[in-house]
Design a protein around this ligand. Structure first.
Ligand code: CDP
Ligand code: MG
Length: 831
């Protein structure tokens, strides 16, 4: 089919260009996505299974037991001493005092909203109340309770906790992307919000689900808000479904209003008093020398008040600290040391920092400080393995210092915390609809978040919260966070809506969200989907878009994987997609930057950061398959500045991605990433680069010498010396804006640009717009996989592109040769 289209279009190639990717794919793909059928899933065995290949969150197998048998088993469980012991400690949680009221509300209403202090037992107890009451009233077989968690890490740890509370009777499981643990007896399933949304996007109306419990709704993530929107619609199409919303005590009136006055249950939390200490109050007693106050610009919001009791220098330093964009880790360390040296009672210290990098830096400083001898230090963030995360709960005979991101604000509770040190900052994505750029910016937290952080100190006894900001600064903080849906790109959500409800107008649908996104943001999302080929010009879902919607990854990576299966080079593209989803393959420590760059240079291939990463990955895996001992491989990684932990992440991500392809039937059942049939062209770098362009277009830039870059000098003998005055080649993106190759790219400072076109994955703005993960691509790739081609006969050149902008190429004289190449590639690869 595709070949025929190519042949048909051949005659007019100079006017319209070769068929674009969409046209080719339309002929290669079924227009309807494969329907998920329970029969296609491998037969479930009776034991627990962690099935990567298992269809995620899909229709489950029925528990073969009768209601009476289920009740009998539960009654027996309740008689065991293990259960009784667990139950005794559960009973002390505040949630238990509200059990009857909760079940009463649930009996009368289809939606119930529950608020309560962190640690009151909402997440672990309420779903069990529902399950127990169903089982005991003889409706155990009906119970199918889904509980969403905003993060993978909490889904796993909470399900482990609840499973332990039920003495691992098989009733509790979890499902996250690429990993699932459940049996046919599972009645309580913890899953990430994303998993549930994907299930909804296949048109599933949750006919077999009895309850959906949405946890941490106050976070107001895009996924969370979107799920509430979907559930609100679902309540009318599914007459038996019940929905429970759980929230920290923040802005819960919003949810009551959104669900038309649904009943609200407030779990009376008992918390101990927490003493607030603001920076200006304790800074004089710290062993801390403030950096000389820089003569920073005066800001309009500078407070006039001079701080009583502070000398002028300290007062100046405090003001400078409030203005600085970065956290002063010396101040954090000094505060922690101050607590340890002056406290009259020992207790856990919880430090809140904005990100993983900051946690690492802070831990380094703490390890070198006096506190180190008396304390055990723990990092806590969402990227930890569950074992690393569990370590935080262990008891220690020393001081426990946990340095955490905002995961410890509401979703993870550590019971023995008495002191909180709040740096007051959080990292938030900001999205600029005009430029399409996303930035991660460090900001002051909101007052609501500050209150949550403070509350962590009073869980089990009176505590103290050291705020690394002033009282005046706190007054300036925003009261509540801006819902994420108002500040991030919406293309992924828009595609999900499109895939789930083809007839529905995406914009009209999203306008029914709690906080409807701006119209410009929705228009932008639809434009991006069109650029990616996920929807056509009339806004209809394409075959490509339908398949992209099924893959639980970034849209561009999804497209890349689909292309890899079509063009049979799965293995290397799986690695590249995994690289783009994980931390950098090559380490670049601040103090050894040059050495690291040199080490990487040995791996650079094909003028491509991505192929270079994949090359390094393959080298390490080769050593593994050759059976080299682990210590040898570790040394090899250290020597070449390769991150061994990233290599492990990539291996596991490759499996996840392959499992996703399997479950959407994009690769045949039983195939592996390296199956020969899926890898006919794995060794063709030009094809790989073309596919990268196909997936990442229009993130393309043209690189050339700037105008007037050549300088001519008349030499003494009369001859003319020609030299380039430009140190730098100039790169321009599709919109004609200047961009720069990021210094961290292997292509930085590249002096021989053959084709002059590069494609990049990420654009980051730090003063200039930098391109990261850059690959030089052959021109024909742009002609085949890029936008529309327009030949300018008069000026002699051509442009590629469309609404997204155009790239001007001076390739006209070579078009004949290029088209030849195009034809070769296409014939070679499309069968
Ligand atoms: O959801 P909420 O913050 O209201 O509380 P929860 O997560 O249900 O936690 C209630 C209690 O269960 C905590 O205070 C911990 O003592 C315990 N828990 C635990 O030991 N291990 C976990 N992974 C989660 C909770
Ligand atoms: Mg909770």
């Amino acid at each position: 089919g595709a070949m025929q289209v190519l042949e048909e279009n051949w005659g007019i190639v100079e006017d319209e260009g070769p068929p674009d990717l969409l046209t080719v794919l339309k002929h290669l793909m079924p227009s309807r996505a494969p329907q998920s059928s329970p029969d296609a899933a491998p037969a479930a065995d009776s034991g627990n299974r962690t099935g990567r290949a298992r269809r995620q969150g899909g229709p489950r197998r029925r528990d073969a037991r009768t209601d009476a048998q289920i009740k009998e088993a539960f009654d027996a469980l309740r008689e065991t001493s293990q259960y009784k012991e667990m139950f005794a400690s559960r009973k002390r949680l505040p949630a238990f005092s509200s059990q009857e009221e909760f079940l009463g509300m649930l009996a009368k209403s289809r939606v119930v909203i529950v608020v309560g202090e962190t640690g009151s037992g909402k997440t672990t107890q309420l779903p069990q109340f529902i399950l127990d009451s169903l089982i005991l009233s003889g409706q155990g077989s009906k119970a199918n309770i889904l509980v969403t968690q905003p993060r993978r890490i909490s889904a796993i740890s909470v399900s482990a906790r609840v499973a332990a509370e039920r003495i691992d009777d098989g009733s509790v499981g979890y499902t996250i992307r690429g990993e699932s643990k459940q049996t046919e007896r599972t009645k309580l399933l913890f899953c990430t919000t994303g998993v549930l949304l994907r299930r909804l996007s296949t048109g599933d109306n949750f006919a077999d689900v009895s309850h959906v419990v949405v946890d941490e709704v106050h976070e107001r993530s895009v996924d969370g808000d979107f799920l509430l929107l979907e559930l609100k619609e679902l309540l009318s199409s599914n007459p038996t479904l019940k929905v429970i919303l759980m929230s920290a005590t923040i802005n819960h009136e919003t949810f009551v209003r959104y669900f038309d006055g649904a009943p609200l249950l407030s779990i009376p939390g008992f918390t101990h008093p927490v003493t607030d200490k603001y920076l200006e109050e304790f800074i004089p007693s710290l062993d801390y020398k403030p950096p000389a106050a820089r003569q920073g610009k005066k800001r309009d919001d500078d407070e006039k008040d001079d701080y009583d009791g502070l000398d002028q220098r300290t007062a100046g330093a405090v003001k400078a600290l409030m203005r600085a964009d970065r956290i002063d880790f010396q101040l954090v360390a000094a505060t922690v040391n101050h607590i340890i040296s002056t406290a009259d009672k020992r207790g856990g210290i919880l430090v809140f920092l904005p990100g993983v990098q900051e946690i690492r830096q802070c831990l380094d400083l703490l390890r070198a400080s006096p506190a180190a001898g008396q304390a055990t230090l723990y990092p806590l963030h969402a990227n930890l393995s569950s074992a690393e995360q569990r370590a935080v709960f262990a008891s220690t005979s020393k001081w426990k210092i946990v340095v955490a991101t905002n995961v410890a604000e509401t979703s993870i509770t550590i019971d023995d915390i008495v002191y909180v040190v709040d740096a007051g900052k959080v990292k938030e994505t900001q999205y600029d609809t005009d430029s399409g750029l996303t930035r991660l910016v460090e900001q002051w937290v909101t007052r609501a978040a500050a209150r949550q952080r403070r509350g962590r100190a009073g869980r089990t006894q009176p505590g103290t919260c050291f705020k690394l900001y002033t009282r005046a600064q706190e007054r300036k903080m925003a009261p509540f966070p801006t819902p994420e849906i108002l500040r991030v790109p919406l293309e992924s959500i828009a595609l999900t809506v499109k895939a789930a409800r083809e007839t529905e107008d995406v914009k009209a649908f999203l306008s029914r969200a709690i906080d409807p996104p701006k119209v410009v943001a929705m228009d932008k999302a639809l434009a991006v989907l069109e650029e990616l080929g996920a929807i056509d010009q009339d806004g209809n879902l394409t075959a490509l878009g339908r398949h992209m919607a099924l893959l639980p990854v970034d849209l561009r990576l999804g497209k890349m994987l689909i292309l890899a299966t079509v063009f049979q080079c799965l293995d290397p593209i799986l690695t590249i997609a995994a690289c783009l989803s994980s931390k950098p393959v090559f380490l670049s420590p601040m103090d050894k930057r040059e050495e690291a760059t040199k080490a990487r240079a040995a791996f650079v291939v094909e003028k491509s950061d991505l192929l270079t990463d994949a090359h390094a990955y393959d080298e390490v895996i080769r050593l593994q398959t050759e059976g080299k001992p682990a210590s040898f491989i570790r040394n090899y990684c250290d020597e070449h500045f390769i991150s061994a932990s990233t290599i492990r992440d990539i291996t596991s991500l490759r499996q996840d991605l392959h499992a996703a392809l399997l479950s959407t039937s994009l690769v045949p059942p039983g195939s592996s990433p390296s199956s020969p049939a899926l890898n006919t062209h794995r060794g063709a770098p030009t094809l790989l680069k073309a596919l990268l362009l196909g997936a990442l277009y229009p993130r393309v830039a043209r690189i050339g010498l700037p105008r007037g870059a050549l300088k001519f000098t008349q030499l003494a003998g009369g001859s003319v010396q020609r030299e380039s005055a430009a140190k730098e080649w100039k790169a321009v993106d599709m919109r004609g804006a200047r961009v720069w190759v990021h210094p961290a790219s292997a292509l930085f400072g590249e002096s021989k640009w053959a084709s002059g076109v590069v494609v990049s994955f990420a654009r980051v703005e730090t003063g200039k717009v930098f391109l990261r993960d850059v690959t030089e691509v052959p021109l024909y790739a742009l002609l085949l996989f890029g936008g529309q081609i327009q030949v300018n006969h008069v000026a002699g050149g051509l442009t590629v592109g469309g609404r997204e902008g155009v790239l001007r190429l001076k390739a006209w004289p070579r078009i004949g040769i290029l088209v030849q190449q195009l034809r070769c590639v296409t014939i070679l690869t499309v069968r």
